[in-house]
Design a binder for this molecule. Structure first.
Ligand code: F6P
Length: 356
């Protein structure tokens, strides 16, 4: 067999662990692997922008952050920028690129958006596709965790550990804004692990007065500092989302932490400071969990190819890798549920979500 492998969407730690595992497992079967550069953009050019990958090429990659294949979270093939402010459908060219390479199957590593695009391309252009979920946001359905999530949580937790120390020195309230787009998984997990006192996530509406009252009670009880974690997609105290328009016109979340901090300062008089963690949550070496998950997913994806079981996504459930129809996974966005075990844990620890 000749397999293609690509990484698509925002990068995260652990992607290279997957690529390495795909190449090593494929080598065990005697399969050839071609790495496609820059997600589906590699299929747009002629000759297709791909490179042959052997175990020697991926040696030492298990712990390296980023993606050696490069990636993009722009340029939907079905609405590709035409260079004049409009869009054009380039999906046929991309679909044909797979066949020009003579691929028997493609292993696509992506989040919910990328996997949906790859699935559409596969259906339209007759590709054999196996998907592997990656996203620091951890919002892909039917898998308990995705590549990159554990590493992002680790970074946010370390940030809280550091903020706790400086907060204690000055008796301050520290607000940490974390990524996660529309899901609060990073905020929830890091908030618990990093000893936060308030966690604000988009899934739970908060009342800023309740947040301020909670902090005041802590400080009145003799605790001189507090940590507040704010997920980027939380609405500000006035009920608005905070979106920034980037140079290329794209819109991304960012800035709500500042609004929350100012609102707390106004209500409490506590010295308040803000840290926006941003892309450091995506860079750096993957933690051991992501290396293990990446290895397990990569091996399982190639096994699916060898068995001719396509249109599937590998997933992590109950301590093992399973697989399910890609369509099911991309149709089931996974935000934090109100009865999530970790929401219960946080409440049990006395952490407030500002909702009571
Ligand atoms: O989906 C991953 C993610 O890091 C989100 O958490 C964040 O909102 C977004 O991507 C940032 O996108 P970009 O890399 O385009 O700034």
């Amino acid at each position: 067999m000749r397999l293609g492998v690509l990484t698509s969407g925002g990068d995260c730690a652990g992607l290279n662990s997957v690529v390495r595992a795909v190449v090593r497992r494929a080598d065990g079967y005697g399969f050839e692997v071609l790495g496609i550069h820059k997600a589906t953009h590699g299929f747009l050019v002629r000759p297709v922008d791909a490179v042959k990958l052997t175990p020697a090429h991926v040696s030492g990659l298990v712990g390296r952050g980023g993606t050696v294949l490069e990636t993009t979270n722009k340029g939907d093939p079905f609405a590709y920028p035409d260079g004049h402010g409009g869009t054009v459908d380039r999906s046929d060219v991309i679909g044909a690129g797979y066949h020009e390479l003579g691929l028997d199957a493609l292993v696509g590593i992506g989040g919910d958006g990328s996997l949906a695009i790859l699935h559409r391309l596969a259906t339209q252009s007759d590709w054999n596709l196996v998907g592997i979920p990656k996203t620091i946001d951890n919002d892909v359905g039917h898998t308990e965790t995705s590549i990159g999530f554990a590493s992002a949580v680790e970074v946010a937790t370390e940030a809280l550990d550091r903020l706790d120390i400086t907060a204690a020195s000055h008796g301050r309230v520290m607000v940490l804004e974390v990524m996660g787009r529309d899901a609060g998984h990073i905020a929830l997990n890091a908030g618990i692990a990093g000893g936060a006192h308030v966690i604000l996530i988009p899934e739970i509406d908060y009342d800023i007065d309740k947040v301020a009252a909670h902090l005041t009670r802590r400080h009145e009880a003799g605790l001189n500092h507090s940590l507040v974690v704010v997920a980027e997609a939380v609405k500000d105290p006035e009920g608005d989302h905070h979106l920034q328009t980037l140079a290329q016109g794209e819109r991304r979340y960012g800035g709500v932490g500042q609004q929350v901090a100012e609102a707390i300062a106004r209500r409490t008089d506590f010295e308040t400071r803000v840290t926006v963690l941003g892309h450091v949550q995506r860079g750096g070496s993957p933690v051991a969990n992501d290396r293990v998950l990446g290895s397990a997913f990569g091996v399982a994806a190639v096994d699916l190819c060898a068995q001719g079981r396509f249109g599937r996504m590998v997933a992590w459930q109950n301590r093992r890798v399973v697989d399910l129809p890609l369509e099911e996974a991309i149709n089931s966005y996974q935000a934090v549920e109100l009865d999530d075990a970790l929401v219960t844990t946080a409440r049990g620890l006395g952490i407030t979500f500002g909702d009571r």
